[in-house]
Design a protein around this ligand. Structure first.
Ligand SMILES: Nc1ncnc2c1ncn2[C@@H]1O[C@H](COP(=O)(O)OP(=O)(O)O)[C@@H](O)[C@H]1O
Ligand SMILES: [Mg+2]
Length: 400
């Protein structure tokens, strides 16, 4: 099946779209990665999202307008990518998270915008959307959904303990090892606090600290770092999830208490806070290897601070496994969409905290009947497809 996976993450910097051919072969999910692209949001949409995110108040009218604007933009991105490759069967769209509702250790709900009808109308493909809520309804966090890809790619129980770390707006990790159930959780902020500070310092002219250059010129303020790390979220046991409702500019200004600090020192402090919180979350698992993805891998100061706190841990980008680091999340949604259309579950309960593994999402039919999308069973007899236990990246892609 030819499918596109799409997401714009909590950094709402760009829509990541990955086109892949997926097929089941016994217990293997075989994938040929065809193309990944990052398409930045138009400034107007980015501005609207930024203006609506908590703690800003918003209205139902704004929510409705943004739902349409994001759906239309996802539709454009998907249409262009699909057309350049002769069309696709299906598209799984995560959309844009506007609110992830967490109370203490439990997730209660989550809201992603990007009305799928616009994507279906523009492309004619079947759309799988709203992929997180079913897991929450089953008692899970609806996150980190990346745990499925990590388990399929690295094996549920590898011979040596390893981790798969995603450094998006929020950092999440999956930990795998011999004799233990896979575990995954949102660690806390990755780029969220750094981006928020840069936006404030530049009056919105810049959205992130390119290459970590700003932080590299400053010195972390130990007392500020300590107060930034002093938060009950970090001590909560997994599974747990969080978002920018929690880790945003307000989180920083509350701890600054109005005191003066240079831009360089503030960014150095936020970068060290991020590296320390990520390292502290991973240390107890004694991993020997960490597979990393996400835009944070391009922040050289963050990566150096992280490596310094995890000596002896070998860090590799997902690119080495054939999955471009910026396209990893889009691949997850391509896989989820594929599994949903086959009626197969796509969550790892020990990772999301759900009572069971669920078939995810809502389906918006495209022009072709849904049944026509499913490849006939290889034997020619109607056979129920089997949930895959391994992912084989037959045709890899690397970051551009
Ligand atoms: N060259 C770079 N230098 C430093 N940080 C970067 C760079 N490129 C991307 N980033 C960071 O990565 C973020 C986007 O990462 P991404 O993985 O897309 O996160 P999300 O999934 O939250 O959208 C940007 O907001 C920025 O903080
Ligand atoms: Mg992004």
């Amino acid at each position: 099946m030819r499918i596109i996976g799409m997401i714009s993450g909590t950094s709402f910097d760009a829509v990541e779209a990955l086109l892949a051919d997926l097929e089941l072969d016994g217990d293997r999910l075989v994938c040929d990665l065809v193309e990944h692209r990052s398409v930045p949001y138009p400034a107007s949409v980015r501005h609207e999202i930024s203006a609506m995110l908590p703690p800003s108040p918003t209205t139902i009218e704004q929510v409705c307008r943004l739902d349409v604007a994001i759906g239309q933009f996802f539709g454009e991105v998907a249409k262009e990518l699909a057309d350049e490759h002769g069309g696709v069967d299906a598209i799984c769209s995560h959309g844009q998270t506007l609110y992830h509702w967490v109370e203490g250790a439990a997730a209660r709900g989550t809201l992603q915008l990007g009305e799928p009808a616009w994507i279906a109308e523009r492309t004619g493909a079947a759309i799988i959307s709203d992929v997180r809520n079913r897991d929450i309804a089953a008692g899970g966090h609806g996150a980190p959904l990346a745990s499925l890809l990590d388990v399929l790619l690295l094996g549920a129980s590898p011979t040596a303990a390893c981790g798969s770390l995603n450094l998006g707006g929020i950092a999440n990790v999956t930990v795998l090892g011999p004799g233990r159930e896979p575990l995954a959780f949102d660690i806390g902020p990755s780029n969220a606090l750094i981006d928020a500070a840069v936006e404030m310092l530049t009056d919105g002219a810049q959205g992130f600290d390119r290459d970590g250059a700003w932080a590299a010129r400053g010195r972390a303020d130990a007392a500020l770092v300590e107060s930034l790390l002093d938060d009950p979220y970090f001590a909560l046991p997994a599974p747990k999830s969080t978002g920018k409702e929690y880790f945003n500019l307000g989180y920083v200004t509350k701890r600054l208490k109005g005191r003066e600090i240079s831009a360089e020192d503030l960014l150095a402090s936020l970068t060290v806070t991020t590296a320390e919180s990520v390292a502290a979350a991973i240390r107890p698992f004694h991993v020997t290897e960490l597979i990393v993805a996400g835009g944070g891998t391009r922040n050289l100061t963050l990566m150096a601070e992280l490596q310094a706190r995890l000596p002896g841990v070998k860090m590799r980008r997902t690119d080495e496994l054939g999955v471009p680091e910026a396209g990893k999340e889009a691949l997850i949604f391509a896989i989820i969409g594929f599994l949903t259309l086959h009626g197969l579950p796509a969550t790892v309960p020990s990772c999301t905290g759900a009572a069971r593994s669920s078939v995810l999402g809502s389906v918006t039919p495209g022009r072709a009947p849904l049944a026509a999308l499913l490849a006939p069973a290889r034997t020619g007899q109607a056979r129920s497809p089997q949930a895959p236990t391994r992912l084989v990246v037959r045709s890899p892609l690397r970051s551009a």
